[in-house]
Design a protein around this ligand. Structure first.
Ligand code: NAD
Length: 328
């Protein structure tokens, strides 16, 4: 495995912090974590790395070009892994401007600096850029982009900017598009932790619409190993879908969580649907499996049970996050 000096953005968030732990455990890489510590950023989960000589945290906005430039010079960065984003669809419906600031403008700032220094760029994106599916079919990397929420539109725009930088200027880039992640320490506003925490607090589990919407779930550690595969073997300019083929209706997940916590199904309540709520996401991830040799390791139900246990046993973590002002 090659050694990298990585500028990782958004490492105080859910997937980024898992990737930092995973990568420092499995490689000799050095990681500089640039994160603006928005409402979604949490340094608690990185505390044990504070004294690691291979890890540096820098608080800052990816839009700060001078700072990004300094970090690339100072730490001899040879790879950028870009996780930082505004990532919650509901927030993008309430107000899209921060999504444009970070997801679109911020990505372009990083690309400009990467290009100046010739630094390879891996952009972490989402299946939501492809839009919504009916009951059958899956999106491949060739499917047209058809984002339907402001969040998805901002990610699609950033994907296009990253690929344009490859086609126009030859910057070695990859775009990864992953399905919905789950696992420990996910911010409580996201679907799975929200359902678990509502159940653990004795509240109703509020489901949008009829709960029939389908998402394809992947354990966050499987997402991390897929990014490893792209770092090690990804071909410049290519897009890789990352999925685990665990399609479940939201209602099925809520029922599973209640059953696991030995609570009654009548705790589910149905609330007004999210405007423009995408019905189904599904990815064909044959390309990363066949060409880069990646495969997911986590089975959905046992791993979800383990995640439920984690939230049950780490009440102080989510109570502290809720105190910082997330309404559930
Ligand atoms: P998250 O919301 O948990 O974390 C985002 C992090 O980015 C936070 O630490 C935040 O402080 C930081 N950040 C936000 N704006 C910033 C800025 N302007 N400058 C620097 N840092 C900033 O997100 P996540 O769920 O960990 O997702 C990470 C990436 O993966 C995102 O790009 C998201 O689109 C993508 N993704 C997420 C999922 C999922 O299920 N969560 C699935 C597919 C793709």
């Amino acid at each position: 495995m090659n050694e990298y000096s990585i500028l990782l953005t958004g490492g105080a968030g859910f997937i980024g912090h898992h990737f930092i732990h995973h990568r420092l455990r499995g490689t000799e890489d050095r990681i500089v974590n640039l994160d603006a510590l928005t409402y979604a950023g949490d340094l608690e989960s990185l505390k044990e790395l504070e004294n690691s000589p291979r890890y540096t945290f820098v608080e800052g906005d990816i839009n700060n070009r001078e700072l990004v430039d300094d970090l690339i010079r100072q730490f001899n960065i040879n790879l950028i892994v870009h996780f930082a984003a505004e990532s919650h669809v509901d927030r993008s419906i309430a107000s899209a401007s921060t999504f444009i600031h970070t997801n679109v403008a911020g990505t372009q700032v990083l690309l400009d600096v990467a290009r100046e220094h010739g630094v390879r760029f891996i952009h972490i994106s989402t299946d939501e850029v492809y839009g919504s599916l009916g009951k059958t079919g899956s999106f491949t990397e060739e499917s047209p982009l058809a984002p339907r929420s402001p969040y998805a539109a901002s990610k699609a725009a950033s994907d296009c900017l990253v690929l344009a930088c490859h086609h126009t200027f030859g910057l070695p880039v990859n775009v990864t598009r992953c399905t919905n992640n789950y696992g420990p320490r996910q911010f409580p506003e996201k679907f799975i932790p929200k359902m678990i925490i509502q159940a653990l607090r004795g509240h109703s589990l509020s489901i949008y619409g009829t709960g029939e919407n389908v998402r394809d779930w992947i354990h966050v550690h499987d997402h991390c190993t897929a990014i490893d595969a792209v770092i090690e073997k990804g071909i410049a300019g290519e897009v890789y879908n990352i999925g685990s083929s665990n399609e479940r209706k939201n209602l099925e997940i809520a029922r599973f969580i209640l059953e696991e916590l030995e609570l009654d199904e009548n705790r589910i309540t149905y609330v007004d649907d999210r405007p423009g709520h995408d019905y189904r996401y599904s990815l064909d991830s044959d390309k990363i499996r066949n060409e880069l040799g990646w495969a997911p390791r986590y089975e959905f139900e046992p791993a979800l049970k383990k995640a439920i246990r984690w939230y049950k046993e780490h009440r102080p973590w989510w109570e502290y996050v809720l105190k910082r002002g997330v309404g559930l």
